[in-house]
Design a protein around this ligand. Structure first.
Ligand SMILES: *Cc1c(COP(=O)(O)O)cnc(C)c1O
Length: 498
C-alpha cells in the first residue's frame, strides 16, 4: 500500500515514510492510494478478538511495509491493559435501545486522543528505524487541549524523539492546562501561545514548511514530524475503534451481523470522523456519519451549503477541543469524494488560505450528503443536555459528548431515522468538571471551587471514581508556565529543542 499527497498524486510513499514525514512537502496530507477491504469473514473473525488483535488486523492492512512482528510490537505496547482503565480499551455503553456511547477516554489523559497517541510514538520510531534513518524525530504539536497532553504522555522518554506542545493560553480548561504544564519527561517542552487554536496550528504548520528551520534541524541530525491528526500514524489507529464498537454490539446482541449503524462524532479537526469514514470505505456497515459541532459551526454550514467559510467569529466554548475553524482533515475527505482530484484540492486549499473560503461542486456535495449529516449546538444546549441525560438515564457526559448527544436528537427529529446509533464519547466528564457540575447542580454549586474540589464534587454526584492521573495533579509542580507570541514559536523551538 502506498500513500499519495492530497495535493499531488504523483508523489507516492510507503506508510513508514508517510508517518515519518507527517505532512507532505507540498503541504498536502498523505492518503492511502486505495482502501483495503475487510471481508465479511474477517469482520466476523474480529468479533471474538481482543482490542489489540482487532487493531493488528486493521492496521496491518495499511502498514503493508511493516512486518507482522513490527505491527504487533506497536499494538501490544499501546494497548497493554496496565495502561488503560478498561480491559476493553474502548467499551460500548448502552444509553437506551437505540443509542450507545463508545467511551474512548479510559487512557491516562482521559480523552480519546490516547487511543492514537499511545501507539503513534511506536509507529514513528519503528518507521524511522525501518527507513534506515538515524535522525531524532522532533514532534511539534498544536493542541486545542487534549492532544497536547496525550502526545506528551505518549512521547515522554521515548528514545529518538523530542516533543514541543503549544496550547492557546486562554482556550483550555484549568485541568487541561495543569496536565500539560506539569508534564514529566526528559525530552518534552510546553508553552502557552497567545491566540486561538487556529493561530497555533497555522504557526506550527508554517515551521514544518520553513526551509531555514528544516536546514537547521538536518545540521543537527534531526527532522520534524507531527503528532497532530494530519499524521497518518495518528489517524489510522482511530479506524480500529469503529470496527471494535460494531463487533462489541454484535457480540451483545444489540445488532445483528450485517446491520448498518450510525456514528455521531463530536468534531473539531475532522480527524475522528474521517477515521469513521475510512472504516465505512473499508466495508464496515455504516448508514450515516453525524458530524456534531459546537457554536463554531463551520462544518455544519459546509455540509449544508457546500461552502466552507472560515471568515466568521471564533467562539471559546465549554467544549474547547472542538473550538476550531480550520478542520485540517477535511482535506482528506474532499480528496476522496472528488475521486482523488489533486489539482482541485490544491485549488480549494489555496483559496482557503487566500480568502478563507471555497465552494465544492454539486457532484461533491451530493457525495458528501450521502454519508454525512451536520448539526451543532451552543453552550446552553450542551449544559441542558448534560443535565437531562444525567437525570433521565443516570449517565454523566462530558461537554463534547453532550454536543454529540444533542445533535443526535436533532438528527432523529429531522430525519426520522431510528437506525441504532453510536455516539462517540470523547472525554471523561472529570476533565470538564466545572461545566458538568454546574450543568447538573446549577451555577451556584461551583462558585469559588477550585479544580480539585470540583473533581470531588463530580465524583459524589456521578458515583464515578476520579481518574487517578487527574487526582495526582494536585501534588505536581508546574514546570512550563510560560506563554509566547505566535511569531516567537520558531525561536522557542530553536532554544528549547535544538
Ligand atoms: C480532539 C477532540 C475532539 C475532536 O476530534 P477531531 O478529531 O479533532 O475532530 C472532540 N472531543 C474531544 C474531547 C477531543 O479531545
Amino acid at each position: 500500500m502506498l500513500y499519495n499527497s492530497t495535493r499531488n498524486n504523483s508523489l507516492s510513499v510507503t506508510s513508514a515514510e508517510a508517518i515519518k514525514m507527517g505532512l507532505s512537502p507540498d503541504g498536502g496530507l498523505f492518503v492511502p492510494e486505495s482502501f483495503p477491504s475487510v471481508s465479511e469473514d474477517e469482520l466476523k473473525s474480529l468479533i471474538n478478538m481482543s482490542y489489540s488483535q482487532r487493531a493488528a488486523l486493521i492496521l496491518g492492512k495499511y502498514l503493508t511495509d511493516f512486518t507482522e512482528d513490527e505491527v504487533l510490537y506497536c499494538v501490544n505496547n499501546a494497548y497493554s491493559k496496565d495502561k488503560w482503565a478498561s480491559d476493553d480499551i474502548t467499551p460500548v455503553k448502552k444509553l437506551n435501545d437505540d443509542a450507545f456511547f463508545l467511551e474512548l477516554w479510559h487512557g491516562m489523559t482521559c480523552a480519546f486522543k490516547d487511543v492514537a497517541l499511545q501507539i503513534l510514538p511506536h509507529l514513528l520510531t519503528t518507521s524511522v528505524k525501518k527507513t534506515n534513518d538515524s535522525r531524532t524525530a522532533v514532534i511539534l504539536v498544536a493542541t486545542s487541549g487534549d492532544t497536547g497532553k496525550a502526545a506528551l504522555e505518549g512521547f515522554k522518554d521515548v528514545k529518538g524523539t523530542k516533543i514541543a506542545v503549544f496550547y492557546p493560553s486562554d482556550g483550555v480548561s484549568d485541568i487541561q492546562k495543569l496536565q500539560m504544564t506539569t508534564q514529566d519527561g526528559s525530552n518534552v517542552t510546553v508553552s502557552g501561545i497567545k491566540g486561538n487554536f487556529d493561530d497555533a496550528q497555522t504557526a506550527v504548520k508554517r515551521i514544518f514548511t520553513n526551509d531555514g528551520m528544516k536546514e537547521l534541524l538536518s545540521e543537527n541530525n534531526m527532522m520534524f514530524s507531527s503528532a497532530n491528526s494530519i499524521n497518518w500514524g495518528r489517524l489510522a489507529p482511530q479506524i480500529v475503534y469503529y470496527f471494535s464498537a460494531y463487533c462489541d454490539m454484535v457480540k451483545t446482541g444489540d445488532i445483528a451481523f450485517g446491520d448498518k449503524i450510525n456514528f455521531v462524532v463530536p468534531t473539531g479537526n475532522f480527524g475522528d470522523i474521517l477515521a469513521g469514514y475510512y472504516a465505512f470505505k473499508m466495508g464496515l456497515p455504516v448508514n450515516r456519519l453525524i458530524c456534531a459541532s459546537n457554536k463554531n459551526n463551520v462544518l455544519t454550514d459546509f455540509i449544508n451549503t457546500g461552502i466552507y467559510n472560515k471568515n466568521r467569529e471564533f467562539y471559546t466554548t465549554s467544549s474547547p477541543s472542538m473550538d476550531i475553524l480550520i478542520s485540517s482533515n477535511l482535506e482528506r475527505f474532499l480528496y476522496d469524494i472528488s475521486e482523488g482530484d489533486d489539482a482541485k484540492i490544491k485549488g480549494f486549499m489555496e483559496s482557503l488560505s487566500r480568502g478563507g473560503k471555497y465552494e465544492i461542486d454539486d457532484k461533491m456535495k451530493s457525495e458528501m450528503r450521502k454519508i454525512l449529516y451536520g448539526g451543532f449546538c451552543d453552550d446552553d444546549a450542551t449544559k441542558a443536555e448534560i443535565k437531562s441525560v444525567f437525570n433521565e438515564n443516570g449517565y454523566t457526559m462530558d461537554t463534547h459528548t453532550a454536543v454529540g448527544k444533542n445533535v443526535y436528537d436533532k438528527y432523529r427529529n429531522e430525519t426520522g431515522d431510528n437506525t441504532k446509533t453510536v455516539i462517540l464519547s470523547t472525554a471523561s466528564p472529570f476533565k470538564f468538571s466545572s461545566t458538568v457540575v454546574s450543568a447538573i447542580k446549577g451555577e451556584n454549586a461551583v462558585m469559588g471551587k477550585d479544580g480539585f474540589e470540583l473533581l470531588d464534587m463530580l465524583s459524589d454526584i456521578s458515583g464515578l471514581k476520579i481518574p487517578k492521573s487527574l487526582n495526582e495533579l494536585k501534588n505536581k509542580k508546574v514546570k512550563f508556565g510560560g506563554t509566547v507570541d505566535k511569531t516567537e514559536i520558531d525561536g522557542f523551538v530553536k532554544e528549547s529543542l535544538i
